[in-house]
Unconditional design. Sequence first.
Length: 255
Amino acid sequence: MLEPHSSPQNSSLPRSGLAGPTPQVAVEIRRVAKHFGSGERRVMALQDVDWDVYAGQMSLIVGPSGCGKTTLLSVIAGILNADSGSVRIFGSEVSAMSDRAKTRFRARHIGFVFQQYNLLPALTAAENAAIPLVIAGWSKAKAVRRAKEVLDSLGMGKKTENLPSQLSGGQQQRVAISRALVHQPSLLVCDEPTAALDHETGLSVMELLRESAVKPDRAVVVVTHDNRVFHFGDRIAHMDDGRMIQVEDRTQVAA
Ligand SMILES: Nc1ncnc2c1ncn2[C@@H]1O[C@H](COP(=O)(O)OP(=O)(O)OP(=O)(O)O)[C@@H](O)[C@H]1O
Ligand SMILES: [Mg+2]
């Protein structure tokens, strides 16, 4: 488990305290639309999407290939600008920010995990995991020390000096998760984090995400089309053809 630490990174973000029976809305998406291309090539990737993501929960976005999952995740994370609509993250309206403010917000408050890990091959596991802290201005030595603690908490304590090429796929994904969590982001977004992994390793990565990233004042959004990991979701948002067609609340099922 990650221990709270006293970095200034998250200090400007409003926090709600514990999520009680009515969890706090972490991400509020309203009437979001996004198209790509023009003329005959114009594709409506997102149409009129409304969705609430709750703190203290893992929310999954599922749906067929091309339905808009990655586009929605990218809009939530401020990587892509929507054509219209709004995205608020813990009360901050990301959709209204300048590109520069958005980049700063992202660096402080959002962690990413991708299908293909995106680790830098010449850096050790610890150096890779330390990157967000170095970007935030930490000294390399302090950042690597902190990254090693996070790697250790994810069962990677003996591999901190390994290069990515010296790690298995599941271990590389653990390094990528450590990198995403090292600055204690309020929102963790993951795009198909298990797609490059065998089933067993995929399950253990999902378990790890639940254990290490689902906290009362944080939210996790995972895009997947692997129905073998659907049971990890507290909420499952089903998309089709750019629209949010149904949101299942599995916390009620489990209760
Ligand atoms: N940069 C782009 N330029 C043009 N069209 C795009 C671009 N990115 C996505 N699209 C289109 O937008 C639609 C939604 O794409 P998106 O990548 O969000 O789907 P997805 O649900 O993540 O699919 P997959 O499960 O295959 O990853 C698709 O029709 C896709 O072809
Ligand atoms: Mg995708």
